[in-house]
Design a protein around this ligand. Sequence first.
Ligand code: NAP
Length: 484
Amino acid sequence: MVSRVIPVEPFDLVVFGGTGDLAQRKILPALFRRFCAGQWPDDVQIIGAARAGFDRDGFRDVVAESMRRHAPKHCQDAGKMAAFLQRVDYVPLDASTGEGWDQLAEKLSVDRVRAFYFSVGPRLFGPLADRIKAHALATARTRIVVEKPFGHDLESARALNATLAEHFTEGQIYRIDHYLGKETVQNLMAVRFGNMLFEPLWNSQYVDHIQITVAESVGIDGREEYYDRAGAMRDMMQNHLMQLLCLIAMEPPAKFDPDAVRDEKLKVIRALDPVKPHHIVRGQFEGGTNGPGYRATVGNPRSTTESYVALRAHVSNWRWAGTPFYLRTGKRLVARSSVINVMFKDAPHSIFGEEVGRHANVLSIRLQPNEGITLKVTIKEPGPGGMRLVDVPLDMSFAEALGPGNQDPPDAYERLVMDVIRGNQTLFMRGDEVEAAWAWTDPIIAGWQARGDVPKPYDSGSTGPGDAELLMKRDGRHWQGINP
Ligand code: NAP
């Protein structure tokens, strides 16, 4: 089955921070892939904007080099590349002064979707919004795309929401959490709400607990200053893991429409209990063969920022009362792997005389790598010799299941950027959601600060601090493996 491409209407997309890492590595390659797929028409304009003094051809050279490095093989075609670059332009511009804005205004088309992508540091989000308004660049068909981090805490997120609301309606603001653009994350909703099989079992009566793991094998990767101020709680838990938890825990929305979905996610966040201090483990990686330890990496010998966090959360509502959600994320772990495991309860009685508890079903939703869904089921071990049970995976790897056209699933940014152009906000966070997530996160961080909490060291290339294992063990449970 080859995926269907639904063309979008002509648009202008301005990428503020167009020369930066995210734009070059993710946003522009995503646009190129959609171009190769024939999703957008000929008269689209993609305008990079940053302070660097490139002219149009100079910027095209930079983009061409990035496409060679980051675009997939099937797009590496000189003709396609040349046609794509024809649509790419550049304006030297400063977000915090008036420099370059008149030139940008001259380039923009009238009467078409106009998207402004804020791919710059968060301190520039407010000034960019102000400048767009001051130079009268915002039309009724304007959308702004705001990268993470959306605030550093509740207060700053509220202030940023208020600044954006001065100039744009909520319907024009697209807050990116790229995890929501991943195919498997959307498939999670399809599996839950498109099948009769799972939903009746999707509650505390049948689900023992849920594990959400977002493990990274890399370290801080050139973001030392930002990361040491943020830590894993702000950088990953408050947004990506929280969003995954919402999609797992939410009630079925009445329809797949932006506000219906986001209303249900918001209810989940608001139903989260405060996390007890003994239900949370912080860690910091030590040096090893794959590089220096956390403190040396960030150049702060006394840093108490966590590069790992594991916690037990509770959603206090009718559906989930008594079912813990264990969430963990960390850097420099044994593997790069993002997976959600829905751990079903044991069968209440074994008619085969086996010990109860050996064969509970597990639904694993793999976000990366090898996107797919596996259901662990119990069958009879083949052959004579009595009724011995064995667990086998019912495996649905999307690339294999959906055939040759799907060997190279779209990157999250492809889906999300096209959704911006289409005006579909379902996979973007609403302002109240972000604030609710910070309202849950802030007291946890404030508690660490008040107690002078110091993260536990863990070995690079391990599964994290031993205390995270204890968090589970105390409850008579254990983490599923990180290795994909
Ligand atoms: P980056 O590599 O440092 O790029 C920043 C960009 O902003 C550059 O193009 C820079 O170009 C431009 N810029 C800086 N000051 C400016 C100003 N006053 N006016 C206009 N342009 C200005 O940063 P990045 O990694 O691409 O990150 C961009 C945003 O995405 C950040 O908010 C980051 O948190 C977020 N994000 C990044 C990643 C990632 O993987 N990189 C992932 C998730 C979220 P000039 O210096 O030439 O102006």
